[in-house]
Design a protein around this ligand. Structure first.
Ligand code: PHE
Ligand code: ZN
Length: 853
């Protein structure tokens, strides 16, 4: 790692650009190895200075440069191109060559299968041409694409198609014009041969928008759900926020090689095909849900991200936190809001709390960044959305909408900051949000301590709240935050809900007068992203499970009860089914037939990752054993109930709420049944009779988790059936990767040479190696160090191919503070091996060097 690449950028050092580029014309002559890019731009000096023009550029071959038609010779380096002195206003023409077929980083222009495509966020445009590749430089784009017509019948870019023509040599060209100013990260180009699904949407003001979804040939029948989702999202944003689409065409292209989920390029979204393609046979209910939410997310970016964009990348949460919040609201409106909320909270507790507790801890608006790609994090996205949700809770539905209206009207067409957003919320509502702003600059997970007090004499019930945020790797000192605390008081005459506003370290709130001590339940709807420290007896928690109004509180109480039992069992080395735990499961099983979805969530044990975040130190083996032992005890104790509830229905598959809930509950029941030896016939028949991927995968997962003897046979059958289907095979790879089995490393090694596996495809890497590192607890944390070594060996290879994917994969190796000394040692050794690699990417260098500090 060279010194210069290890340097961090700081938010405090932000400066306005020295030059602006209001106009850009791009001409592409596409070729696998020798693509030519002619960039002609109008450049204007900003302010009174004589500083040089420094353009970003990486991995470009420069063939020609002209200023106002005159050849010039700028100074080039690995990362930029410097023009010592330039006129105040001029035309710059730059011709470069690039090699898309060898671009394995999947950033810039690259090939996904047979198609050309681009990915420019955050700083990928500089791999296409020399430019001021920063979001506060916005241009009007005109794009001309030329390519072989037979192989690339579709040539796409942002905006409107304005012209097209043919060349005598079998090539053709298309010209695109995007009327909206945009930053370079929103540029996109696609060239390829696809099947095309077309539809249209009439906006609230009566304009007709053409909708097009491009998928690989043969996949047309799998694009319908994505199209329906898009139309729902478009209608929802009009109805909820009054926001209408602004171009005449909206295109989505599904590609197999993609570093992330999807990308909101103006008028031309690029999607990882797993977030577009679905049919009953090949996709699960979860896939259907995710597609609807990602399609909506990218669509919502058109206003929150594109029309109003970020001034600099430190402000990433301005568009991501807000857009995740918007897609969460949308999902809640489309499905069961409580279940949707539980899903989001699981992500926070499993992944975001872990990030904040590890070496990469950062506020939702980071102050210092070495590699921007490392900050597309659960903190910026999901904690960012929690921060927006708290604003929504504090301002109310209408107040929040007033703030949004002002934000959009005030900043349309601008590149702005998180402060600008909060300012708009504040101005529209006449409130003071100074204290609230700390959420943007302070990292870490606050611990909220709750003490209740009941005065027998007067009947007064009060609650004392205290907040404390432990120091994090990036910030030793913490301050009090503004926390909205939603709670329920369950008295003999029903329950009362309210939201307290905690603005100091400690505050006491009166909650009213009661004849007998009521039951208190805190953090309804997970109203703030905190850890709760509230000692309640098990009987109280049971009451909350059965009688609270907020389904989230009911679920949370069930999880607390189970979590405490599991930690106790791990500490004592003995797992028992206590009366209270038994009472919990009896109670939930009783209402399970009426409240299937909620019951399913309650009946499922908290994940190992969630449990791990609840203690300073954990004993991996003891906790894992306790969790498995409890599962077996419950499997036996409630055997008849699992069987009754897992009876399959004869309906054929539709993705609709009632069916989804049934399948979900059934999957949880199968998960218990697989822990008994006498259920092979039932499991086998559940597999054989399934007509959809949700039920099929439920059986496979149940067998995998229980290490049931049926597992390997079913997996073989599944492979022979689906071996040609790339997306479905990812599910198969993931099941192998996370299978906690004594031979799992050998199996993993073998699978890296499977015909469908490729280190160049991020979906494959995440499915196989990612599942191992993130979810194969026993294998990854094996005490002989084999798991850590395997992942490290793989990272060394992967980093040279695709540093962005490598950098995500290293996550489970970073959060080791709560592991035992032996494992910490083993991990440190492996991280040191990585750091020894002189050509380590900046992505991995940032994480590894922080972890070893
Ligand atoms: N901006 C994309 C989204 O959140 C994510 C993304 C980031 C995709 C960087 C690709 C590269 O929707
Ligand atoms: Zn986004």
């Amino acid at each position: 790692m060279s010194e210069s690449r290890a340097k961090a950028m700081r938010l405090a050092d932000y400066q306005q650009p020295d030059f602006l580029i209001p106009e850009l014309s791009l001409e592409f002559e596409l070729d696998d190895h020798q693509t030519q890019v002619i960039a002609t731009s109008k450049i204007v000096r900003q302010g009174d200075h004589d500083r040089p023009l420094v353009l970003h550029g990486e991995k470009l071959e420069l063939t020609e440069v002209q200023i106002n038609g005159q050849a010039v010779q700028p100074q080039g380096s690995d990362t930029d191109l410097t023009f010592a002195s330039v006129p105040d206003e001029f035309t710059l023409r730059i011709v470069t060559r690039i090699d898309p077929a060898n671009n394995t980083s999947l950033e810039g222009l690259y090939k996904s299968g047979q198609a050309f495509c681009t990915q420019c966020e955050a700083e990928g445009f500089r791999k296409i041409t020399y430019f001021l590749d920063r979001p506060d430089v916005m241009a009007r784009y005109q794009v001309k694409i030329t390519a072989d017509k037979a192989r690339y019948p579709y040539l796409l870019s942002n905006g409107n198609k304005v012209d097209a023509g043919e060349l005598p040599d079998g090539r053709h060209w298309v010209r695109w014009d995007d009327p909206f100013f945009k930053p370079s990260y929103l540029f996109a180009l696609v060239a390829g041969d696809f099947d095309l699904l077309e539809d249209e949407f009439i906006t609230q003001s009566g304009r007709k928008v053409a909708l097009q979804i491009f998928v690989d040939k043969g996949n047309l029948h799998r694009a319908g759900h994505a199209m329906r989702s898009l139309k729902k999202a478009m209608a929802w944003d009009e109805q909820k926020y009054g926001l209408e689409y602004d171009l005449d065409i909206y295109m989505i292209v599904a590609v197999d090689f993609f570093n992330m989920g999807a990308m909101e390029n103006k008028g031309l979204n690029l999607f990882n095909s797993k977030f577009v393609l679905a049919d009953a046979a090949a996709a699960t209910d979860e896939d259907y849900f995710n597609i609807e939410s990602v399609i909506a997310h990218e669509y919502f970016h058109n206003w929150t991200g594109n029309r109003v964009t970020c001034r600099d990348w430190f402000q990433l949460s301005l568009k991501e936190g807000l857009t995740v919040f918007r897609d969460q609201q949308f999902s809640a409106d489309m499905a069961d809001p409580a279940i949707v909320r539980i899903k989001q909270v699981k992500v926070m507790r499993e992944h975001q709390f872990a990030e904040d507790a590890g070496p990469m801890s950062h506020p939702i608006r980071p102050a210092e960044v070495m590699e921007m790609n490392n900050f597309y994090s659960v903190t910026v996205y999901d904690k960012g959305a929690e921060v927006i949700r708290m604003l929504h809770t504090l301002l109310g539905e209408q107040g929040f909408r007033r703030g949004m209206d002002l934000y959009i009207s005030r900043h349309d067409g601008q590149a702005v900051t998180c402060d600008d957003f909060v300012q708009a919320m504040q101005d529209a509502n006449n409130v003071n949000l100074e204290l609230f702003k700390r959420w943007y600059s302070q990292s870490g997970t606050p611990v909220l301590s709750v003490k209740e007090q009941y005065d027998q004499q007067s009947g007064q019930f009060t609650v004392a709240l205290h907040q404390h945020t432990p120091p994090t790797a990036d910030q030793p000192h913490k301050q009090a935050l503004h926390l909205p605390i939603a709670l329920e008081v369950l008295g003999t005459h029903g329950s009362k809900s309210q939201v307290l506003s905690l603005t100091k370290e400690s505050q006491t709130f009166p909650l009213g007068q009661f004849e007998t001590k009521p039951q208190l339940a805190v953090l309804a709807g997970f109203s703030a992203p905190v850890k709760l420290d509230f000692k309640q007896d098990e009987q109280g928690l049971l009451n909350t499970v059965l009688y609270a109004q907020d389904p989230f509180l009911r679920w949370d109480a069930s999880q607390q009860l189970i979590s405490e039992a599991l930690h106790r069992a791990a500490e004592q080395g003995q797992t028992v089914l206590s009366d209270n735990l038994q009472g919990l499961f009896e109670g939930v099983l009783e209402f399970a037939p009426e409240q299937r979805a909620l019951a399913a969530e309650m009946l499922e044990l908290p994940s190992f990752e969630t449990l791990a975040q609840q203690r300073q130190r954990i004993d991996v083996d003891a906790l894992l054993n306790a969790r498995n032992a409890l599962k077996r005890l419950l499997a036996d104790r409630f055997h008849p109930q699992w069987q009754a509830l897992s009876a399959s229905s004869s309906q054929s598959y539709i993705y609709e709420a009632d069916q989804v809930q049934k399948r979900r509950l059934r999957a949880v029941c199968l998960g218990y049944l697989a822990h008994r030896q006498d259920q092979s016939t039932l499991l086998q028949s559940a597999y054989t009779t399934s007509d959809n991927m949700t039920d099929t995968l439920a059986v496979l997962k149940a067998c995998q988790q229980a290490d049931h003897p049926l597992f390997s046979g079913l997996m073989q059958d599944f492979e022979s059936r689906w071996q040609a289907d790339s997306l479905v095979m990812d599910k198969w790879f993931a099941l192998h990767g996370s299978h906690q089995h004594k031979d799992s490393l050998a199996k993993l090694q073998l699978l890296t040479s499977h015909a469908m596996y490729s280190i160049n495809n991020p979906n494959k890497v995440r499915a196989l190696i990612g599942s191992f590192a993130f979810y194969n607890t026993a294998g990854f944390h094996a005490l002989d160090g084999g798991g850590y070594r395997f992942v490290t060996d793989y990272l060394l290879k992967l980093d040279a191919v695709n540093p962005q994917v490598a950098s995500r994969l290293i996550t489970p190796m970073l959060g080791f503070a709560h592991l035992d000394d032996r494992r910490q040692d083993l991990l440190t050794q492996q991280l040191a091996r990585l750091l020894d690699n002189k050509s380590l990417s900046r992505d991995l260098f940032e994480k590894v060097s922080k972890a070893l500090k």
